[in-house]
Design a protein around this ligand. Structure first.
Ligand code: GLU
Length: 308
């Protein structure tokens, strides 16, 4: 562990401790409502192999929508540019589970990082795979990018989402009616709920995101996950769309590509330098971690890592 990096991380997180607990945990998924809102974890993994951890950095939390970055990567590897015939790549300006835009835009979701777009991505991953095989492929990808075979799905969270995922079911049925889902709606939802229920710690998540900071190849295992151009493009989608209708605010305050999840985690990518993961479960009204965003803002400012 690098001492300077650890000191920087500790200084940045200590500075925002009074933000911890502001906001609400995601109560619409009952299994998430039980999480302690006072947690704060953070981890940085740099391209040259330094690692720094803070607070609850090793405690697993629900990845939720951060998983959309990994499924998007898999779907692009699977069908390439054809994905863009079924999902856009523009910021939505709407909440993560909005149905309004879908009607006006004929069942084509604005981008792959909102729920509707992620459901289309699941549909792609179901091509020539059973739902269980699709879930296994997603898990396998997160395990290989994090270089940690212990990463798993939390079955209780997946079950809880399935029991209460009426809005996601509506989005999926709506897109099916426009012909933008080719598989059974229940199968698509099953895969989606399981990808969201993957549990990771900040340390695992930062490591899993590192390939996006290093032109698509893992700097330590040298595994070439994706091309440099694809990594750049995924980063640009994260920057524009990674925080729903608060993506502009995140770019303004933090200034890096990032993806949040309603579990309270955020993955931020600093191209050519590092991947950062933060976790604090209390969310803003837009569904993004309040203290996590504050921590990232402080870390990126102290390190001088804004891309702007
Ligand atoms: N599983 C959540 C949902 O579909 C993910 C939302 C999020 O993390 O933003 O509602």
């Amino acid at each position: 562990m690098d001492k300077n990096l650890s000191q920087l991380l500790a200084r940045a997180c200590d500075a925002i401790r009074n933000e911890i607990g502001t906001g609400q945990v995601a109560s619409y998924i009952p299994a998430l409502a039980r999480v302690d809102p006072k947690k704060l974890g953070a981890a940085i993994v740099t391209v040259d192999g330094q690692v720094a951890r803070y607070g609850d950095a090793d405690e697993p939390f629900s990845m939720q929508s951060i998983s959309k970055v990994f499924t998007l990567t898999l779907a692009l590897e699977q069908i390439g540019e054809k994905l863009w015939e079924r999902v856009g790549r523009e910021p939505s300006g709407n909440s993560f589970n909005s149905i309004v835009q879908l009607e006006r835009e004929h069942g084509i979701p604005r981008n792959p990082l909102i729920n509707a777009g992620a459901l289309v991505v699941c549909d792609v991953l179901l091509c020539q795979r059973s739902p269980d095989q699709a879930i296994a492929a997603i898990l396998e990808f997160v395990r290989s990018t994090s270089d940690d075979a212990s990463v798993s799905t939390d079955p209780e969270v997946a079950q809880s989402e399935a029991e209460t995922g009426f809005r996601n079911a509506s989005l999926a049925n709506f897109m099916k009616s426009f012909g933008n889902l080719t598989h059974d709606v229940d199968d698509v939802l099953h895969v989606y709920f399981h990808q969201c229920a993957i549990a990771v710690s900040c340390a695992q998540l930062a490591r899993a995101g590192l390939f996006l900071a290093t032109n698509g190849s893992d700097p330590q295992t040298h595994r070439p996950f994706i091309s440099a151009q694809r990594a750049r493009r995924i980063n640009s989608i994260m920057l524009m769309c990674g925080h729903y209708d608060a993506s502009g605010e995140f770019a303004f305050r933090v200034g890096t590509p990032g993806k949040s999840g309603v579990g309270g985690g955020i993955l931020a990518i600093v191209p050519d330098r590092a991947a950062i993961a933060v976790w604090s479960p209390a969310l803003t009204s837009a569904g993004n971690s309040h203290a996590g965003t504050a921590a990232l803002e402080q870390i990126v400012r102290e390190a001088g890592w804004s891309i702007f």
